[in-house]
Design a protein around this ligand. Sequence first.
Ligand code: B1M
Length: 214
Amino acid sequence: MEILNQISEAIIKQSKPDVVRGLVKEALDAGLTAQQVLMDGLLAGMAVIGERFKNNEIYVPQVLVSARGMKAGSEMLKPLLASEGVKASGRVVIGTVKGDLHDIGKNLVSMMMEGKGLEVVDLGTDVPPEKFIQAAIDNNAQIICCSALLTTTMSEMKHVVEKAVEMGVRDRVTIMVGGAPVNENFCKSIGADIYTPDAASASDAAVAAIKARG
Ligand code: B1M
């Protein structure tokens, strides 16, 4: 689909947020779903940026500009993703762990969860373990979601699990973990409850976990 390629190209070429917004609008007006625009337009472009960053073909400033375009586009999709979803009741506290400033994946998880009708309390980035736990207590949340994109920060997730034990709420919260360097084995090794590889499976797993809690 030509318009999806144009959206992906706009992200790759670091186009201004207004350009990305215009293309997203065009795609939606043409009848594409928010999910298609997200996956095959915005995320497809961001995947190319990730590869180029990895290969030192582009640097932090360029990645930041692409990330800004991605954010502008995905914010337009947020209400649509929500209305495409199914209502479910439950509350989730989400954040990127201490020392880590990556928030694009975390924001997607958050959006998909809202799309499933969950209430999401987003703590942002660089979130210390005690803040996750205190927010879960204050908001009476059933789930804590931790995102990490760096191998140097993923170990902070273990501290979140330990803090939940220390603050006496471990049995009251399901702790979910995710992000590029995280996997199932790591999840088990730190005593967290659920690992999912992407935003869609994270939102499904959160709904299932809340249902299982009754
Ligand atoms: Co950074 N960065 N970055 N970066 N960055 C990575 C992660 C890296 C892999 C690039 C590379 O070298 N190949 C590398 C990490 C290496 C490692 O640790 N193994 C890296 C590095 C090294 C760094 C810095 C240290 C660079 C520097 O300063 N020298 C620095 C660290 C800053 C800090 O956090 N303290 C840094 C900075 C940045 C920017 C600020 C420039 C920018 C972030 C902007 C922002 O987030 N607002 C940035 C970006 C954009 C990236 C890449 C290019 C893209 C990340 C992204 O947003 N992907 C990334 C390379 C890459 O991933 N290929 C890279 C798109 C996003 C949708 O995917 O976040 O993986 P992701 O989320 C996925 C899943 O992982 C999952 O769902 C999402 C999709 O559905 N998911 C969850 C995420 N959280 C989940 C939680 C869940 C479940 C699923 O449950 C709770």
